[in-house]
Design a protein around this ligand. Structure first.
Ligand SMILES: [Fe+2]
Ligand SMILES: [Fe+2]
Length: 468
């Protein structure tokens, strides 16, 4: 489409949406005028894309459609301003449709949008609607102060809900992959987007949840952890939402190729035979094959697929699959780090005593430049901290505590918030102390096995994932 046509089509869409919103304020959903107006919006959307994504975004006072700024003209200026003021009023920053979109679904979303008077509920109503209406891929909302405060209060709950949703999704997908060879990528993208929003809102609980190991099933739990940690890395690297989405999808599915490897091999406590090893080494290729089966609208982008293929190639080009000794792509280099970290801090059949986060990082440091990209590894260590969330530490006061956050100022790495553990009543917590507000500091990391305390159980309990 030429520039002029893009603007005309965009302008037409803006006008028809503005009129639809006005109509929806006056008429009910079954009214002929309302239905007629939905059809106009539907046609305007279809004109821009018959089969694909339409991204409408508000930036300042301007509307962008698929990243193109739509300019208002004399004939559209009034409607243009009406739509921008409505979007601002309802705190909607953007909406993404995927076409084709059913008339009914369109009517529903604009009806909700027009009728919500109470600002406080906009967020929840629309968020709810996106879950129900198939062709709405995403609605981006700007939160007011009150919602933000409420959200922060709910941060813990949100983190758990999303985490469990993620595990549940992977479980279903693994089962349906095995039975019907089907993944539900729309849902996967929804989950990754939620993770992204939580990480962007600096939800430390989400990282805390990655310390809960072996929740139900190692591979599912591991995939979610790698996804969360990789996304946190991506945020640190300044990636945009689109890049983050692709990275998250790549990380979420990095081990999907293992679904066909027999359990007895995956769980084998003794060293693998050459034949068994060869089977395991096929999983990156197999993963790519599985992901390539998804075609059309929900096809997985090449960058995500490359991440899956190369996640066992080391920084120096060795590893598997052997691809001419070249350096793995950025996604693969990120996943290599988060994958190794999560695996070595988890109890597995061939690894009865896992490393503490502190030990894992030290071991990984020794392989910087060989296995791991040294720059990315430094960013990772800064991110999880020298004493990552979930570490058990000895404090200068003589107490033993669990690290609950990573201080923003890296120089204060010995002064995070900690939960003090009672050593006389195993498993119970005394109180939570912010070491920044005291003279105390961390002396050293302790192996949980030495004091017979599982920090992941603490997180599972405080976040309500398991009952006391
Ligand atoms: Fe893997
Ligand atoms: Fe992995």
């Amino acid at each position: 489409m030429e520039e002029m046509t893009v603007n005309l089509a965009g302008e037409n869409l803006v006008i028809s949406i503005a009129i639809l919103i006005r109509t929806a304020q006056i008429y009910e959903k079954n009214n002929a005028t309302f239905i007629h107006q939905i059809k106009r919006v539907e046609n305007a959307l279809q004109y821009i894309s018959q089969n694909g994504i339409i991204d409408i975004e508000l930036k300042g006072n301007h509307i962008f459609i698929n990243q193109e700024r739509i300019k208002a003209t004399i004939s559209s200026i009034a409607m243009y301003q009406y739509l921008t003021s409505m979007m601002k009023g309802k705190k909607v920053r953007g909406i993404i449709f995927h076409m084709p979109c059913e008339t009914f679904a369109l009517g529903e979303i604009f009806y909700i949008f027009s009728r919500i008077k109470d600002d406080k509920n906009v967020f929840y109503h629309l968020e709810d609607a996106t879950q129900k209406i198939e062709c709405i891929e995403w609605i981006e909302l700007e939160e007011g102060e009150e919602e933000k405060a409420q959200r922060e209060e709910d941060a813990k709950k949100m983190a758990i809900r999303t985490f469990i949703m993620g595990i549940q999704y992977l479980k279903e997908t693994t089962e349906s992959m095995l039975k019907m060879r089907k993944t539900n990528l729309r849902k996967a993208r929804g989950i990754v987007r939620r993770f992204i929003e939580l990480i962007l809102s600096d939800n430390a609980y989400l990282i805390g949840l990655t310390t809960i190991k072996n929740y139900e099933n190692y591979t599912l739990n591991h995939s979610i952890n790698v996804c969360i940690l990789s996304l946190s890395m991506g945020v640190r690297l300044g990636m945009g939402r689109k890049g983050l989405l692709n990275l998250g999808i790549s990380a979420l599915f990095h081990d999907i190729g293992k679904i066909e490897v027999p359990q007895f091999i995956l769980l084998k406590p003794t060293p693998l035979t050459d034949e068994e090893m060869a089977m395991i080494k096929k999983h990156p290729y197999r993963g790519v094959e599985i992901l390539l089966e998804e075609k059309g609208l929900w096809a997985i982008p090449g960058s995500a697929i490359q991440g899956v293929l190369e996640h066992h190639i080391k920084y120096d080009g060795t590893g598997y699959p052997e691809i001419s000794g070249k350096r793995p792509c950025l996604f693969a280099r990120i996943i290599k780090i988060t994958d190794a970290y999560d695996a070595s801090t988890t109890v597995r059949f061939y690894q009865k005593v896992p490393s503490t986060p502190y030990e894992a990082i030290n071991i990984m440091w020794q392989k910087a430049g060989r296995d791991f990209d040294p720059i990315l590894l430094r960013i990772f260590v800064n991110m999880v901290g020298v004493y990552p969330i979930g570490s058990i530490v000895e404090i200068s006061s003589g107490d033993i505590g669990i690290v609950l956050d990573t201080p923003e100022n890296p120089e204060l790495y010995r002064k995070p918030r900690v939960a003090i553990i009672s050593l006389t009543t195993p498993g119970s917590i005394f109180n939570i102390k912010d070491l920044k507000e005291t003279d105390d500091f961390i002396m050293k990391a302790i192996n949980p096995a030495d004091i017979d305390f599982d920090p992941s159980l603490y997180f599972a309990r405080v976040t309500g994932l398991v009952e006391d």
